[in-house]
Design a protein around this ligand. Structure first.
Ligand code: AMP
Ligand code: MG
Length: 408
């Protein structure tokens, strides 16, 4: 048995970012940049006006009010290279238009009398005011985004501003999902006595997608060697293979043996964590294989704690675990020593502190508590009693939008 921390570090040491690919800019949203990118030109590309107003020479404007002759007009989109601001003159200019030669300040229209032929300035003028200088945002040739950056709307906007229609990003892993068990039936059938709907395949596919991977659903492997061999072989063609169930010590638990037969190298079996103990991790060549327990709550918790970080790392993410914080327990918690216990909790904030209360019955088979959980509290392996009022480590589970107290 390995500890929670050993399991995670073994997994993370076994996976690397996949290769990169070029995708169109709209498709790059949410992906991770795979190269450092240098600015192909200055941003802004030319000195331009930050306001609608008049381009002037600051030296003309020493004593206010000052009257200037308007000698031209520069809307956004005009080139302005045929215009020059002569002494005693101004050029009407709109926001974003290139600055004409000769000027060194822009006066906002609201600080003037307005006018097309001439204008009067009412406010003192500072040299350089309301001018956006060429390259002041990003200078040509400098790195404006580094490999590892997550492409969010601000990155999209900057990439678009530099005309980058194709973006190098890390590949998304294909993730084969295989459920095992003679008792399983697929969605669409009403299960008879003893039959269990294959819900894990569907929640795993949703989790994989949420983590940025591409799920490949392999269906169900029945509890016999031949069917396991056929389906596992298929699964090993993906970048990652996840199996559910058949990994404990039961008579029909074939996953680990068949994986070994197919040449997978098992790095560990059993983690000191509850729920989720009977989890195995293997490498088949460079392909990580996660054999998760079949109990749906265990499947989801082990995905969250061990598979998700690996999928994120394979996509080039640097931060692979969700934010962790301290929360005060509302109730006493007791556990056996030797294993990390994951408690499904609801969360509320009071002032600066978070409070965690049990989301319901904590037995592994209780699915509803997983639905109601907003966080996973991690009770360390060593302890046995955690009293109400003690602080423990918690991380958000799934969406936490509903935890924001004030909603419009
Ligand atoms: P096992 O690991 O095969 O002993 O399965 C543990 C428990 O999880 C049993 O109650 C199974 O019926 C249940 N289970 C196994 N696979 C799935 C699945 N794909 N979807 C839902 N429940 C499952
Ligand atoms: Mg089974």
């Amino acid at each position: 048995m390995v500890s929670f921390e050993q399991a995670r570090s073994t997994i993370l040491a076994s996976v690397q970012p996949l290769g990169s690919e070029r995708v169109s800019l709209p498709e790059a949203a949410g992906r991770v940049l795979a190269e450092d990118l240098a600015a192909p030109w200055n941003m802004p590309a030319w000195d331009n006006s930050a306001m609608d107003g008049y381009a002037v020479r600051a030296a003309d404007c020493g004593t206010i009010p000052v009257r200037l002759t308007v000698t031209g007009f520069l809307p956004a989109g005009a080139r302005g290279d045929d215009l020059r601001v002569e002494p005693g003159c101004a050029v009407r200019i709109m926001t974003g238009a290139p600055l004409p030669a000769g000027c060194d300040a822009v006066v906002p229209v609201e600080d003037t009398e307005g006018g097309q032929q001439e204008t009067t300035l009412r406010e003192p003028v500072q040299k350089g005011q309301h001018i956006r200088l060429r390259g002041e945002d990003v200078t040509v040739g400098t790195i404006f985004l580094r490999s590892g950056a997550i492409i969010r709307p601000p990155e999209i906007n900057m990439l678009a501003s530099f005309g980058m229609a194709l973006v190098p990003v890390f590949r998304r892993p294909t993730v084969a999902i295989l459920s095992t068990g003679d008792e399983l039936v697929e969605l669409g059938r009403t299960p008879g006595t003893g039959e269990v709907l294959n819900s894990n395949t569907l929640s795993l596919a949703a989790s994989v997608r949420e983590a940025g991977g591409i799920p490949l659903i392999l269906g169900i492997a029945r509890d016999n060697r031949d069917n396991h061999i056929e389906k596992l072989k298929q699964g090993l063609k993906a970048d990652v293979l996840i199996t559910s169930a058949g990994v404990s010590a039961g008579d029909c638990d074939l996953v680990r043996d068949v994986l070994a037969e197919l040449g997978a190298d098992q790095l560990f079996w059993k983690i000191g964590i509850k729920p989720g103990g009977p989890t195995a991790f293997a490498l088949h060549g460079a392909t990580p294989v996660f054999s998760l327990p079949g109990n749906p709550v265990s499947t989801m918790i082990t995905f969250e704690e061990f598979v998700r970080p690996a999928l994120l790392r394979m996509q080039g993410h640097r931060r692979v675990v969700r934010p962790r914080f301290k929360a005060v327990l509302r109730e006493d918690q007791t556990k056996k020593p030797g294993k990390v216990q994951i408690v499904r909790v609801r969360l509320e904030r009071d002032g600066e502190r978070w409070y965690a209360s049990s989301a319901g019955k904590q037995q592994t088979a209780i699915l509803k508590t997983m639905v109601d959980a907003e966080g996973l509290a991690v009770l360390p392996a060593e302890g046995t009693r955690f009293a109400a009022g003690e602080e423990v480590e918690v991380h958000f589970y799934g969406s936490h939008i509903e935890l924001v107290e004030e909603q419009p």
